[in-house]
Design a protein around this ligand. Structure first.
Ligand code: NAG
Ligand code: NAG
Ligand code: NAG
Ligand code: NAG
Ligand code: NAG
Ligand code: NAG
Ligand code: NAG
Length: 534
């Protein structure tokens, strides 16, 4: 063996070399894959930071390894790093100088670790990152005071993720130095109080408070906020500061799955476009209170925080006309609430409304004319209510020229204004399932648009593609049914008395792709002419 003949001093040198650079003397495959200046070393069971990638590496990904501690020396090799990602590592702490040379680091992902263990040392280490813009500390078992320590003097942060931690209370000091903060994710903590927490963050635009224990959001005055997500809390009240005359930048407000009793008291001037209120107990109380009994009903609500500091918030609880500025609202999601009626003028204030989702409420009547729907209305879903009456005045339905999806299923309708569907020229999908509505015989009655009719004439609706008439108690099908229509979906199932015959569906043989005929009295249906059927 040639080695035996080498001078002993060379062997000695090799030995020393071996001590200094273990990875060379015990060659291991470089655990990282390089893509330009990015080193991907994820899912590698690494317990240390590898030195394989070149020192001009700008992005280092070490997600899902076993790195428990970052040493002062761990990252010395990588002074050009811009992005460092250490998610999912059981990382408990870092020595105070671990980020010592990383003056260019802007993005740091420490999600899914155990930083609650050594948060003091970690907070010292973070102080060495003067350029840090993006920090992900989600899922680290962090409590309020730990977060406070970790964020000390991180004044350049623009994005901060603290979701899935154990925070309970926030106050003015929680995020006080973060003047540049634009986005903050606090979802899935245990927050029940957030008094004044964001007063030091004038640039904050996106705030996620979903899945916490907040009981209310009152005195809301963050005019700079664009997206507020407070879904899945226990919020009974949302009250914006009504006296503020400044325009709120709020575009999206998500209050899904809370305990709202009242429609939110929105800012008096805003650009709100998306309002998500499903899964609450919202209703309008206007009908309940007339002047005689109403004068002594309270109009102010008192809120206390843990310090015992009460704040009086006055809201015109019983006045249906005061909900703030809804003039820009495009999507109103009120699914699963208790709405029995829509206050007078409420819908007509929303001149940009494109989607109204009201399924599973308690609506009894709906007047398509007097509500004053906007011409941009695209989707109207009033399914699963208690509707027995839908009204429309003669000649007014053409105003709904953009209405494309109409769902009135699961109500108690026995009458509809005649010509309702044929007057709406963009209709693509109609669901009338589980109402008592028949199909009109072919010899059309003098069809006076708007007059109530207990059946619908399905003919010459050129835009309609999907029609659902499940469980409507339909008995007969007139011969020239569906003439001039190009339906792709037709569901007639669950009409037990209905004799379905191919002749009646002849007009649809070229277009029909999906047909539902279960639980009908299906006799002589020959499917062969339906060549598009799937
Ligand atoms: C890491 O660096 C810090 C700051 O320079 C120093 O105080 C600390 O003792 C160092 N840790 C170790 C284990 O050398
Ligand atoms: C944060 O900055 C302030 C003012 O620059 C300084 O007084 C304070 O010591 C710093 N805090 C830490 C923990 O370095
Ligand atoms: C914050 O982190 C959580 C969990 O790691 C993730 O689901 C979420 O998308 C992140 N938030 C943002 C705004 O990126
Ligand atoms: C609000 O946050 C929850 C949880 O992160 C998310 O599922 C939901 O989509 C968010 N809502 C909006 C409007 O983005
Ligand atoms: C309202 O309260 C006043 C004083 O308590 C009382 O005199 C009056 O009868 C009350 N009005 C109604 C309508 O209950
Ligand atoms: C109550 O609020 C006032 C004004 O905001 C403040 O000065 C005072 O310290 C608070 N009291 C307590 C007990 O927090
Ligand atoms: C709130 O209003 C009630 C009744 O008007 C009053 O007694 C109380 O002092 C007010 N509290 C505060 C903090 O203003």
């Amino acid at each position: 063996m040639p080695v035996r003949t080498l001078p002993s001093s060379f062997l000695m040198l090799l030995a020393i070399w071996g001590v200094l650079v273990p990875s060379l003397s015990h060659p291991q495959p470089n655990p990282c894959r390089m893509i330009q200046r990015m080193a991907l070393c994820n899912n590698g069971r690494l317990s240390y930071v590898p030195v394989g990638p070149p020192c001009n590496t700008e992005e280092l990904q070490l997600n899902h390894n076993h790195i428990q501690t970052l040493l002062n020396s761990s990252l010395l090799h990588y002074s050009s790093l811009h992005t460092l990602s250490l998610a999912g590592n059981h990382l408990e702490k870092m020595e105070a100088n671990a980020f010592g040379g990383l003056h260019r680091l802007q993005i740091l992902n420490l999600a899914e670790n155990e930083l609650h263990v050594g948060y003091q040392d970690t907070s010292h280490a973070l102080l060495q990152l003067p350029q840090l813009r993006v920090l992900d500390l989600s899922q680290n078992g962090l409590e309020d005071d730990m977060v406070f320590h970790l964020l000390q003097n991180l004044t350049s942060l623009q994005y901060l993720n603290l979701s899935r931690n154990l925070m309970q209370r926030l106050d003015e000091s929680s995020f006080e130095g973060l003047h540049q903060l634009r986005e903050l994710d606090l979802h899935s903590n245990m927050l029940f109080e957030i008094d004044g927490a964001f007063s030091g963050n004038p640039k904050l635009q996106r705030l996620n408070l979903a899945f916490n224990y907040l009981p209310c959001l009152v005195d809301f005055h963050m005019t700079q906020l664009v997206v507020l997500n407070a879904s899945h809390n226990f919020i009974e009240w949302f009250v914006a500061q009504q006296e503020l005359k400044e325009t709120f930048h709020l575009e999206t407000l998500d209050l899904t799955d809370n305990k709202l009793l009242f429609f939110p008291f929105l800012p008096s001037q805003s650009r709100l476009r998306n309002l998500y209120l499903s899964q609450n107990t919202v209703r309008f109380y206007g009908g309940l209170v007339d002047d005689a009994t109403g004068e002594n009903w309270t109009t102010s609500i008192q809120f206390y925080n843990l310090n015992g500091n009460a704040s009086n918030v006055t809201a015109q609880l019983w006045d249906d006309s005061l909900h703030g500025d809804v003039s820009s609202v495009e999507i109103l999601d009120l699914r699963n609430n208790q709405v029995e009626h829509l206050p007078q003028g409420f819908i007509s204030q929303m001149q940009s409304l494109t989607r109204l989702q009201m399924q599973t409420n308690c609506l009894k009547t709906l007047n398509l004319t007097s509500e004053g729907f906007s011409g941009s209305l695209y989707e109207l879903d009033v399914s699963n209510n208690r509707l027995s009456e839908v009204m429309a005045e003669k000649g007014t339905l053409a105003a709904l020229g953009n209405l494309t999806y109409l769902n009135m299923s699961l109500n108690s309708l026995r009458w509809l204004p005649s010509g309702l569907f044929s007057s709406v020229e963009s209709l693509r999908s109609v669901d009338l399932s589980y109402n008592s509505m028949g199909i009109c015989p072919s010899e059309t009655r003098g069809e006076d648009e708007g007059s109530p009719s207990d059946c619908v004439v399905w003919r010459n609706m050129a835009s309609l593609r999907q029609l659902y008439l499940r469980g409507c108690g339909i008995q007969g099908m007139p011969p020239s049914l569906f003439a001039g229509m190009r339906l792709t979906h037709l569901d007639l199932s669950d009409n037990p008395g209905l004799r379905v015959e191919t002749g009646a569906l002849r007009a649809l043989t070229g277009t029909l792709q999906h047909m539902g005929l279960g639980k009908t009295d299906m006799k002589s249906v020959d499917f062969s002419p339906f060549h598009s059927l799937r």
